[in-house]
Design a protein around this ligand. Structure first.
Ligand code: NDP
Ligand code: OXD
Length: 393
């Protein structure tokens, strides 16, 4: 700024720094502001220096800024590896959210031919192909972007680093919404009433109070416990079954194989929120359905499965719906997803079917959850919701 006096020169120096920062987008890097403040004050205190000297000083500031960015980006990269095929699992959607919450580290969406596998310290994944995660030699933590880890447990080459699953209020609330919706749908005879509407038939059937219906929840973990709590507050009689003893207010609990029959015998509506493991695979079969309460006020017991398709014997479900062992079923998950077009479930009059969206994984809530866990881990803290690989969940 030839001919300008002291304050104008100072302003000019500060503005150049600001423009540089804006152009390269570093204002959000926490330490950039401090570096900039220090250098601006140094520039101001030397405002009487000759123009050539000032030019070299500004260049110095630019270089320091670039270095500051490099320091930030040497934090291990986070790789996103999602194979979902639905809107919710679009990699771009996850990248936008992670870019926002991990501003001081590189977020790589795989596959990326330019990515250097050794740079990846964290992987945020949904259904990676077996072997995909073994490609990262410096991996420190794997974050599964859903609650169920069965797909990862099936990968024999999964790196031996902590595997963290999702347990966040957002997902839990969504699942509770699904369970309450479907319990009420069967309790309030919605299938019958919708058909009556289509038939222009004004013939209400007598309606039981919630307290007359017993809901049994298989799996009293993060999701099952919350659904049990809300159902009991709505007035249902609620029981739960888990591997180890669990206590939820207002809920009668059972655990282990020895108490399974007693649990089933009292259930009019069976809700399954188990993880899929070698112990639970195909647990929902004819043998189990026959043990549900045969004197249910609903006429016949109802199945609601939002756990995993691998928990159910699908041929048995269809046969039990047809012969009256089951009165109806709400199914969110299937052995093969998407459900094949020729599956009889699509058109079965006693089936309410949803496309594995009982509890969508929300990128906003879950990217924050992952970023917070990484920050805590790098500060020497403990990771939460680490999967026990021996149990398989
Ligand atoms: P948790 O790990 O918190 O809870 C699992 C529960 O199942 C625990 O109570 C556990 O017992 C019990 N359990 C596990 N194995 C057995 C067994 N062999 N016998 C008896 N009980 C057993 O999982 P979440 O509640 O977070 O999630 C449950 C499942 O829901 C996920 O694994 C996933 O498959 C499914 N899911 C489906 C979604 C959808 O949109 N459809 C969305 C999210 C999850 P214990 O308490 O003793 O450990
Ligand atoms: C999950 C799911 O496991 O979406 O979170 O199914």
């Amino acid at each position: 700024m030839p001919g300008a006096d002291g304050p104008a020169k100072n302003f000019c120096t500060g503005s150049v720094l600001g423009i540089v920062a804006t152009a390269i987008g570093y204002q959000e890097i926490p330490y950039f502001a401090a570096i900039r403040r220090a250098l601006v004050s140094s520039a101001l205190s030397r405002s009487r220096q000759r123009p050539a000297r000032r030019r070299s000083e500004i260049w110095y500031v630019v270089q320091i800024t670039l270095n500051a960015r490099d320091i930030g980006m040497t934090k291990g990269a986070l790789a996103i590896l999602v194979h979902g095929g639905t809107d919710n699992w679009s990699p771009g959607r996850w990248q936008a959210r992670f870019d926002d919450v991990c501003r001081d580290r590189r977020v790589i969406v795989l596959p990326d031919p330019k990515a250097e596998p050794a740079d990846v310290h964290y992987a945020a994944v949904w259904k990676p192909a077996p072997g995909e995660l073994a490609a990262f030699p410096n991996l420190r933590v794997i974050f599964n972007l859903g609650a169920g880890v069965d797909a990862l447990m099936a990968d024999r080459s999964l790196p031996q680093v902590p595997l963290v699953r999702v347990a966040v209020d957002d997902l839990t609330g969504r699942m509770t919404g699904y369970v309450v919706l479907h319990v009420l749908m069967h309790h309030r005879q919605e299938l019958y009433l919708r058909q009556s509407q289509r038939d222009r038939r004004w013939q209400p059937r007598s309606q039981w109070a919630a307290a007359a219906i017993s809901v049994g929840i298989m799996g009293l973990g993060t999701l099952g416990a919350n659904a049990a709590d809300v159902l009991s507050r709505i007035g249902f009689r609620v029981s739960g079954w888990s591997r180890t003893p669990r206590q939820v207010n207002g809920v009668t609990s059972f655990h282990g194989a020895a108490q399974l029959d007693a649990f089933l015998g009292g259930a009019d509506i069976l809700v399954c929120l188990l993880p899929l493991t070698s112990d639970t695979q195909h647990i929902l079969d004819r043998d189990l359905f026959r043990k549900l309460n045969r004197t249910s006020p609903l006429g016949a017991p109802v199945l609601i499965n939002a756990g995993r398709g691998g928990l159910q014997n699908e041929a048995d479900i269809l046969a039990c719906l047809d012969d009256g062992t089951l009165g109806a079923a709400s199914l969110d998950v299937f052995a093969q997803e998407p459900l094949p077009l020729d599956s009889p479930f699509w058109t079965h009059p006693k089936v309410v079917l949803t496309p594995h969206n009982a509890a969508d994984t929300d990128p906003d809530a879950i990217s924050r959850y992952v970023a917070d866990q990484i920050a805590r881990f790098e500060a020497g803290g403990v990771l939460e919701n680490v999967v026990d690989r021996n149990r398989g969940y």
